[in-house]
Design a protein around this ligand. Sequence first.
Ligand code: PEP
Ligand code: MN
Length: 374
Amino acid sequence: MHLDLNITPIEEWFPGKGKPRLISGPCSAENEKQLLSTATELAKTGNVHLIRAGIWKPRTRPGTFEGVGEKGLKWLQKVKSQTGLPVTTEVANVKHVELCLKYGIDILWIGARTSVNPFSVQEIADALRGTDIPVMVKNPMNPDLQLWIGALERINDAGITKLCAVHRGFSTFDRSPFKNTPMWEIPIELKTMCSSLPIFCDPSHIAGNRELIPMISQKAMDLDMDGLMIECHFSPQSALSDSKQQVTPSQLTKIIDELIIRESKITNKQFENQLEQLRTTIDEIDEEIIQGISLRMNIAERIGEYKKENKVTILQINRWEDIVNKRLSEGLALGLSENFVKGFLKLVHEESIRRQAEVMNIPSEETAVKFEKG
Ligand code: PEP
Ligand code: MN
């Protein structure tokens, strides 16, 4: 599916040209000194293009630090005049938007707890109509690409074309080393649907701890994402929110210096030819895989027909365990990972069951006709 958004190219509105495009600053503005010192140190690094700080903090439980509110916007104005860097903050309702516009905040972002709610996003979009302030839309908390797209569409329909998405990971029940599982396939799918839409990565909220930030940042760069948003605090251990995931300005410099920035366009001819050959081989293998799976599913349907005639259940647990064990040991011997082989077999098995159930639940004459037609 193609997603039609009207997007101003990022080069035309994002401040600064360096790679990676970098947004940094504390999770929350806590007091004037904390914000100004952090921002000043960040400006000195020369790596940061836009200073972030949350003024209104959507916290899970009441009674925790919920942000400093309007006075923080004045501190952001000071940051801008003292460092020369533009500033961004999170908006979650119409009042926030109006205040940010009043105080000349340069770029707004919509947080994950707001982009889940179409009513809130629509109200924000309506409040933005007639302005051309850039807006960044974080993915919703839950892994729902349509909801993320919906939020982007609402903002874009209000006439905001300086628009980008921010991938900050998804909240899931699965145990994961990440606070929010990245599920990279979701931003990749978004990019595939709308190649003109810039997508930033927010490694801080994916990781939930500073140790994983370099690895996630590198992955984002290797996926050709358009920039990074990394939380930074001059004293992370005393931060009032997200203290485990914030880094100091010097830690940030190290992370950025160690990133490998690869070219997104291929310029070397010889390399291009070699790559072309490898890609042709991959295409051939993929074709074989798809044909093989299609063949396998047709056979599964025939088995379904026999099971139907003999009144046996679709799921034959011993047979299934046998398949998993055999294929797993083959896969491991061939250098595939256990997770991958198990995940792949699970998908194939689910589809097999679905196809067999279809066959077993239609009258036998129809099944016969279906097989004749292939
Ligand atoms: C934040 O950026 O501090 C924030 C609250 O992020 P998210 O909406 O991604 O949780
Ligand atoms: Mn945060």
